[in-house]
Design a binder for this molecule. Structure first.
Ligand code: SF4
Length: 388
């Protein structure tokens, strides 16, 4: 949505924080449509109440999107969970040595997954997995070409910057050359995974050997320059501090100013099931909601904030709709194992369109099916109400 709606600012939040100069400044900036600083963002994490950031985030969300909540009809292909990396928070991967405990799909097997959806109204396939030492750029270009030849109208979104970085280095191609090659094979956009937390001191602890922040941003910015939109994620709630979260979002905000091209921001909650960080407790739902709200306030140049329901569980995801979230991802159809293996409530993540729409409309919002680049396909409900 390009034009902002005329929405009444909840002046009560200004009255509530009159004794706190920073919170008053933040509320005034939100009211006036002015960007908050990194220091103010940090202050929100450290000192603001959930109801304060929630009221501001909800105001901004309604201003941008009215009552609309986006979703799409998609399915995932996870080519393999065999991975050369050993990120401590990962519950999903298997080393190459232990590959018999994981899975490695051939191109025909992946094409069969696509064919299962023949005649069904899905609009996107989302392809992500481990970084397999034997699945290279040629392999994935062949996959993309075959999917595109089979179903040309299906949007092909795929491969994290971590997977792409490895593929391009192995093929001895620059980022631009590698992305151009994949784009020619049919890849249209990138998901946002692999960003984790940009600060190197945290990457050194949780994912020391994979692409760093500069490499991640370079791949995304190059994709944007080539006209391929992408998403951005942040893995939160483990050993990072609030300052690391603000630093992460600040780098994204700067990149969006400089190049543009991020479709949405997706906070990903650290889950501690069956990984090398199982001793780290998970953060509370209040902490989740506060993060979503602060992200909505801080990332003023991101149109969309998405809650990934297979990770949060559907009821928590529904709650985020009151805290700045305007997108619930897709129907997914039980085709991702990344979070079910990490202990998410969603062991077989799949929702029909009716279930997803009910989840959205029971909290007074209007479900809107979108395509992969946020063109609206269908409003499920009252179109006039959607923009109130
Ligand atoms: S998070 Fe990704 S890169 Fe890291 S081990 Fe798991 S699959 Fe591999």
């Amino acid at each position: 949505m390009s034009e902002e709606l005329n929405v009444v600012f909840p002046d009560i939040v200004l009255e509530q924080v009159a004794a706190d100069a920073v919170l008053t400044t933040v509320a005034t900036k939100v009211k006036n449509g002015t960007r908050i600083t990194e220091a103010e963002g940090l202050y929100l994490f450290e000192h603001a109440e959930l109801n304060f950031v929630g009221a501001l985030a909800n105001y901004l969300n309604i201003k941008k999107h009215g009552k609309k909540v986006y979703f799409n009809k998609n399915f995932h292909i996870e080519p393999t969970n065999v991975c050369i990396f050993t990120c401590d928070f990962c519950s999903y991967s298997k080393t190459y040595k232990n590959r018999e405990k994981g899975w490695e799909l051939g191109i025909d097997q992946m094409l069969d997954i696509v064919k299962k959806y023949d005649g069904q109204p899905v609009t996107e396939v989302h392809i992500v997995g481990g970084v397999h030492p034997k699945m290279n750029l040629d392999y994935f270009c062949e996959l993309l070409e075959k999917i595109h030849a089979h179903r040309p109208e299906l949007h092909l979104k795929g491969f994290t910057a971590v997977e792409l970085d490895y593929m391009f280095r192995k093929a001895k191609l620059t980022t631009r050359e590698g992305l151009e090659r994949m784009n020619k094979a049919g890849l249209q956009s990138l998901p946002g995974g692999g960003a984790e937390i940009f600060a190197q001191e945290i990457r050194d602890k949780i994912c020391p050997d994979k692409v760093d922040a500069a490499g991640w941003l370079d791949i995304h910015e190059t994709a944007h320059e080539l006209g391929m939109p992408t998403n951005a994620t942040m893995l939160y709630g483990h050993v990072e501090t609030y300052a690391h979260r603000i630093d992460h979002m600040s780098r994204l905000r700067e990149s969006q100013d400089r190049v543009g091209g991020f479709n949405c921001f997706i906070p990903l909650k650290f889950r501690n099931g069956d990984n090398d960080m199982s001793h780290v407790p998970e953060v509370s739902l209040v902490e989740d909601l506060k993060l979503y709200a602060i992200a909505r306030i801080f990332l003023d140049n991101f149109a969309n904030v998405k809650a990934y329901w297979p990770m949060l569980g559907r009821e928590s995801a529904q709650l985020t709709l009151e805290y700045g979230v305007n997108d619930l991802d897709g129907t997914i159809d039980d085709t991702t194992k990344i979070y079910s293996m990490a202990g998410s409530e969603e062991q077989n993540p799949s929702m029909s369109t009716e279930q997803l729409c009910a989840l959205i409309s029971t909290v007074g919002k209007v479900p809107v099916e979108r395509d992969s680049v946020y063109n609206e396909i269908e409003v499920y409900g009252n179109t006039e109400e959607a923009t109130v």
